[in-house]
Design a protein. Structure first.
Length: 255
């Protein structure tokens, strides 16, 4: 009799336990999914915030092909700006600026944002980032890779002060959170056009610099094109290859 009662008791208890177990198991599954998702999100965030090492390629956010400001307004508001706040730029803003200067605008043909004689594309774009100059990007010098819309770190140092010295001590170069440097490898164009290619390179760098100007205005940023600098010193400070000659120095910051 006692054994039968125990069976009845255990049977009832087993039903309750199964129901509770099902709820408990379901709770564990939900918790596990949330935990895995949270870990993946955290891991991706941590991965994107890892300090860039020299030689490391960093994919930039996808640039936008439309904005809130018309071309006419950007042209009307364009001014040389030499005073900037200490607020860092976002990686999205840096991406947009680099795309404007030499980004690919037609993947099928490889054509870029600025016109180039015979599509020879002699320009090389470098980015000097100061300490805490850009959110989620460590200080240093980066080379922009148009074909992949990415940047490769070439130097680890904050070169703003030595770059300021090379730019005849113009203080805004040392104070801006970032500086875009436009260099040229003349042989890419002169190999096709001879000495006339030199003129084409100078024309092209003007196109590219104006793109930076207008994009900066559209992002509510300020910049100024600088041509007064010691070529050899700028090349040395940035660690540029021998064939890459600096033509423009453009500090950029918030206003």
């Amino acid at each position: 009799m006692r054994s039968d009662l125990m069976k009845i008791h255990l049977g009832k208890g087993l039903k309750v336990t199964r129901r509770g177990y099902v709820k408990y198991a379901a709770g564990l599954v939900v918790a596990a999914v949330v935990a895995v998702a949270g870990y993946a999100w955290t891991a991706s965030r941590e991965a994107s915030y890892q300090p860039a090492m020299t030689g490391q390629a960093i994919a930039l956010p996808k640039p936008k092909a439309s904005g809130f400001m018309s071309v006419e307004e950007a042209v009307a508001r364009r001014r040389s700006v030499r005073d900037y706040t200490r607020e860092p730029l976002s990686l999205e803003e840096v991406s947009q600026l680099l795309w404007a200067v030499q980004g690919i605008t037609d993947p099928a043909s490889g054509k870029r944002a600025a016109p180039s004689a015979g599509m020879t594309y002699p320009l090389e774009i470098y980015l000097a980032v100061g300490e805490e100059g850009v959110k989620d990007l460590t200080r240093g010098v980066y080379n922009y890779i148009s074909q992949k819309h990415s940047i490769i770190k070439t130097l680890d140092d904050d070169v703003r002060r030595p770059l300021q010295e090379a730019a005849l001590r113009q203080s805004w170069v040392g104070e801006a959170p970032i500086t875009i440097i436009i260099a040229a490898i003349y042989e890419r164009t002169t190999a096709r056009y001879g000495d006339r290619g030199l003129r084409y390179v100078y024309i092209e760098v003007g196109h590219a610099a104006e793109n930076v100007f207008l994009q900066a205005v559209a992002l509510n940023l300020g910049t100024v094109p600088i041509g007064a600098f010691n070529d050899d010193n700028v090349q040395k400070v940035l660690g540029l290859p021998e064939e890459a000659k600096p033509l423009y120095v453009m500090p950029v910051g918030r206003v």
